[in-house]
Write a protein that binds this ligand. Sequence first.
Ligand SMILES: *Cc1c(COP(=O)(O)O)cnc(C)c1O
Length: 432
Amino acid sequence: MKILLSEEEIPKSWFNITPYLPKPLEPPLDPQTKEPVSPDKLLAIFPEPIVEQEVSEKEWIEVPEDVLRVYSLWRPTPLHRAKNLEEYLQTPAKIFYKNESVSPPGSHKPNTAVAQAYYNKVSGVKRLTTETGAGQWGSSLAFATQFFNLECEVYMVRVSYNQKPFRRILMETWGAKVIPSPSPYTRAGRKFYEENPEHPGSLGIAISEAIEKALTSSDTKYSLGSVLNHVLLHQTVIGLEAKKQMEKAGYYPDYVVGAVGGGSNFAGLAFPFLKDKLTGEKPHLEVIAVEPEACPTLTKGEYRYDYGDTVGLTPLIKMHTLGHEFVPPPIHAGGLRYHGDAPLLCLLYHEGYISASAYKQRAVFEAAITFARTEGIVPAPESAHAIRKAIDIALECKERGEEKVILFNLSGHGYFDLSAYDMYLKGELPDT
Ligand SMILES: *Cc1c(COP(=O)(O)O)cnc(C)c1O
């Protein structure tokens, strides 16, 4: 069963949770002076409208007409009632999921990529740079930049460039220039490249290369796919649509569940609902972030200032962190391997408005297979973390005979992750 909205029902404003925070967000700090970073520094890598949104206290921020037009290629996305999964589990719980896998790049990431491309275009920028690991973010930005005639340059970690050609081909199909990192084209990359032209690279090096390119060219800016306030803001289209759809279905969720890498798809679904908990209207709503046990940022990390990247180039950010030098084991949910999480999400977790669970890889793939065999969609390994939790809550409801309502985010599909499914099906997937 699907609950659909018409094109006119795409939200016309994004929701900013900042005015509802129980405490003010602590500002990013300059690592040298330990003083708050001045917006000037951010303007070297981001255009002005993005920097404004990053620090905005306004509850509603209008979605530009040109962004709505691109959104309408795949939005509003469907909300599904997972009846087959409910029947398979024999649970009295009602399970709903928001299907962000229907976007052309296959995940929620274009919701912010399109907005960022637009604001760069109207600010006179000619080229966007970014880094990508497995290619989810890079392909979303490549997709988005086309609609605004921007060039897109993606520094892709060399091991992924060599081992995972399909997302690279997707990025190139959408007109992006994909550069294996470390490359000889930046100072940051050259150091490693000259030592070893086949250097496997890391996300940290790729970030350094993309930022350096933006800092050293006047017509180029940098774009980030998660963690920052403006990214979470853009993703709230997910939750705003889902709220209307749940209302149409005649339910309000008892549980809202999402997988967390940097926190953008989770916050995008959860924040519009979380507002009702923060205002006291829905005090019993449970909002649950799910992460891999191999990278347990919320469940095991410390709440403190840390660098946003591995190398130590970015401002210090107050967040739950495993330490910027933490290198998680190579699990297949590549999008969930970040050492920190979005500051907005961390503050709300720290203040007790959000809870968190962590799962091992095999339990996650078991849930992914159950979902694929009942609901038909092969989920991204990242999204399968949310499915695992939703199934576990539904099974608890069965034990207690409770008809609770569960809503989770299907952040993307897994059709580019089939080699991980192959390993799981052959019994070769390790529980790192
Ligand atoms: C990138 C990605 C994630 C993790 O990023 P968040 O910012 O935490 O949402 C989750 N699911 C999918 C499908 C992704 O591509």
